[in-house]
Design a binder for this molecule. Structure first.
Ligand code: ASP
Length: 337
């Protein structure tokens, strides 16, 4: 029987209070039992808190999902899963779901969920979220949408979804975009038609994702952090910039040096909603564009970082390759999805 598989990676949904603090101790089967669900295809990844992961850990989760899905089902009688639910820590769920959207070319639903309250809470939200995620992963309305994030009855596409509350059970939103589906009592309702994002490129599972750092800009920002990132080997840097993508003249000067030396620089905004645009002189976005930076539309710095890393993977590290990858990122970010 084709069914929905579960990939359990830890997070608060699986955590119990231990001596040193909350720790993921519950297995995928524990989560299913708590929610009163059945699934035969369950995979546990023992990865600890998602806040402490590396880029490669996120990649490992995506590659496990790819393996669990197997090749796309062709014809009836297939025993491959019809979809996958991934339980994940909320702290970086928006990043792994976005990385999955860049790397997986898949019509079957892949639905990420988690919880704000731990497994041993007297009022856990994990069981409800898990039930919702299974309902979404079983729904034809979720097919062909790319990886989704389901939380507290709202379902978001990968691009633009963001954790917006540290403790409240309504932890996620997609500022400026909103949810794409709602789920209630197992019923999935479509709020607006969703166009799946094109996977950026097919990066073979064994190709490493290059280091891309995020550098914040603020009044008084200088070149020090940018230089430190480049010295540490970053192939790309995302500038988390105020407003529509502005910074200080000192940062602009360093960006010009970095891009000339073959480091890609992507401008994203610190503001939760709306695009970056090269509007201002005097240290603003117009200067950053002239300094060779590319603009990430309304991508958050966290999602922009993953996009740049995937684009740079396989660029060969040559200046031309980096420039091509940077422009791919700029074009992709403008995608109207
Ligand atoms: N607070 C996080 C969570 O909800 C912990 C983590 O990201 O692993 O799971």
């Amino acid at each position: 029987m084709p069914d929905v598989a579960l990939v359990a990676t830890g997070g608060t949904i699986a955590s119990t209070q231990e001596h040193g603090g909350r720790t993921p101790t519950s297995s995928g089967r524990d989560l299913l039992a708590q929610a009163g669900l059945n699934a035969s295809n369950v995979h546990d990844l023992d990865l600890g808190g998602s806040f402490a992961w590396s880029l490669e850990t996120m990649r490992q989760v995506v590659e496990r999902v790819r393996d669990v899905l197997g090749p796309s089902a062709s014809g009836s009688g297939s025993t491959r899963p019809t979809g996958v639910v991934v339980t994940h820590g909320t702290d970086t769920m928006e990043e792994t779901v976005f990385l999955a959207s860049l790397l997986l070319d898949e019509r079957r639903p892949v639905v990420f969920t988690g919880a704000q309250e731990p497994y041993d809470s007297h009022a856990p939200d994990g069981p409800g979220n898990l039930k919702d995620a299974f309902a979404v992963a079983s729904s034809p309305k979720a097919r062909g949408r790319g990886p989704l994030l389901c939380f507290d009855g709202s379902v978001f596409t990968a691009r633009g979804v963001s954790k917006v509350e540290t403790l409240s059970k309504h932890a996620f939103d997609a500022p400026g975009r909103g949810p794409a589906l709602r789920v209630h009592d197992g019923r999935v309702t479509e709020l607006h038609p969703m166009r799946p994002l094109p996977p950026l490129r097919n990066v073979p599972p064994d190709t490493g994702l290059p280091r891309v750092d995020i550098v914040a800009s603020y009044p008084g920002a200088d070149a020090v952090t940018l230089r430190a990132s480049a010295d540490a080997g970053a192939a790309g840097i995302v500038l988390a910039a105020p407003g529509t993508g502005n910074t200080t003249p000192a940062v602009v000067a360093e960006v010009a040096r970095l891009t000339a030396a073959g480091t890609a620089v992507l401008v994203c905004s610190r503001v939760p909603s709306g695009p970056v645009l090269p509007l201002y002189a005097g240290g603003g976005g117009a200067d950053l564009l002239a300094a060779g930076a590319v603009f990430g539309d309304d991508l958050s710095p966290w999602q922009g970082r993953l996009l740049l890393s995937v684009a740079l993977a396989g660029s060969g590290g040559t200046t031309n390759g980096v420039v091509r990858a940077a422009h791919t990122v700029g074009d992709w970010a403008k995608n109207p999805s």
